[in-house]
Design a binder for this molecule. Structure first.
Ligand SMILES: Nc1nc2c(ncn2[C@@H]2O[C@H](COP(=O)(O)OP(=O)(O)OP(=O)(O)O)[C@@H](O)[C@H]2O)c(=O)[nH]1
Ligand SMILES: [Mg+2]
Length: 224
């Protein structure tokens, strides 16, 4: 039997984390693992009340939190989500079944194909387009939504990926790596909703950092 772990990094998501965990289908998901960056609010208490396992990662960063989460996940299949209510947890069952039925290694959930007005600002839409454009040019891949934070993948592929980013660039890096290392990857459209609670992403600094990261990764002399 395939075991499924949902990993969610959190930083002050008390307004939404309870509803996010409640929406996860427990008939298919064996473990919900919260990687908390020492939230100052009730995020961890709420997650524990809802039956999630929690680990604390004091080192800052979205990518850092995921690396810790993946190392602690018990499942053979890992599903990722934000703690802010933007991703459709209810779709997890269909996505995991698709991974198995189509014998895929990595599904990246594409927010941009079916984006509703209001779910993403025009600036973020442009940033997403620009970052995907450069990822595709630099790494000769074909990814529509390079920044989505919802992925469904087999844990074993992590051994074959070189994941260097500790910040927000982790999201584009894991996709570029999965695609270019020859794993069976697919993008599947999902519905994306407006965020609940305060954003941790800084549009301009994270946007430029993600762009710079792509160039650095591509042209770094170290063989990665
Ligand atoms: N543990 C941990 N979690 C983090 C950190 N930074 C962000 N997160 C969490 O990672 C998830 C993604 O961060 P968001 O702020 O939603 O970033 P985003 O989705 O790019 O931006 P929005 O579109 O505004 O939601 C959220 O659940 C955050 O709480 C961090 O440094 N440590
Ligand atoms: Mg988010």
């Amino acid at each position: 039997m395939t075991r499924v772990t949902v990993v969610i990094p959190t930083l002050n998501e008390e307004a939404s984390i309870g509803a996010v965990i409640d929406a996860i289908p427990r008939d298919i998901v064996d473990e919900v693992l919260i990687v908390d960056g020492q939230s100052k609010d009730r995020t961890v208490a709420i997650a524990q009340e809802k039956g999630a396992r929690t680990v604390i990662e004091l080192r800052r960063g979205y990518g850092r939190a995921y690396k810790t989460g993946f190392a602690n996940a018990e499942g053979d299949v890992i599903v990722t989500l934000d703690g802010d209510g933007t991703y459709p947890a209810a779709a997890i069952g269909d996505l995991v079944r698709m991974l198995d039925a189509e014998q895929l290694d990595f599904i990246s959930c594409d927010r941009l194909s079916t984006l509703k007005p209001g779910a993403m600002t025009a600036t973020h839409r442009f940033g997403n387009w620009a970052l995907a454009f450069w990822a595709n040019v630099l790494f000769r891949v074909k990814i529509r939504d390079s920044q989505t934070g919802m992925w469904v993948f087999r844990k074993r592929i992590l051994e074959g990926l070189t994941l260097t980013a500790d910040g927000m660039s982790f999201s584009e890096e894991i996709k570029v790596e999965a695609w270019k290392r020859g794993f069976r990857c697919r993008e599947v459209p999902i519905e994306y909703s407006p965020r609940i609670g305060e954003a941790k992403l800084n549009t301009w600094s994270d946007g430029f950092q993600n762009l710079r990261f792509l160039f650095r990764k591509r042209f770094s002399r170290k063989k990665k």
